[in-house]
Design a protein. Sequence first.
Length: 150
Amino acid sequence: MTRSFYISSHIPIHLQKPWRVAHSYADQLILDVGGGYGEGTVVALKHGAAELIDPRPYAVGKLAYTFEKYPEIGVLLSAMGYGEEQVKDLEKTIAATPCDAVVIGTPIDLGRVVKINQPTVKVGYELQEIGYPNLEGILQDFCKKHKLVK
């Protein structure tokens, strides 16, 4: 029988190099690449980004099609996958978009998959569990029950 748990949590987001989007850069233009809501957008604006760049006019291939089919995506440049063609489309779109920095809001290390020439700023995520049960306790109980620890 499968057992489910609810872990109450909060996931604060932060920029790993916030000075790249600080108020001192009056002409800072930001391209947010990442997750569904645009966490990169949220923290970039919080740290003083002057403008978010719309990548739609620069989108190529499948990304151009995606923006056409789903206009509600707005100015967030979403990675539609990491297949060879998708990576090339994302790479070309980022390269063509005139911006001072690229905010990477996806949890993966995008720089290992896509060549990005502009300076990048990575959004960081940290899980903060609230109360009990917590993940550590659940895993400890599971390991004891299944005799996975000595």
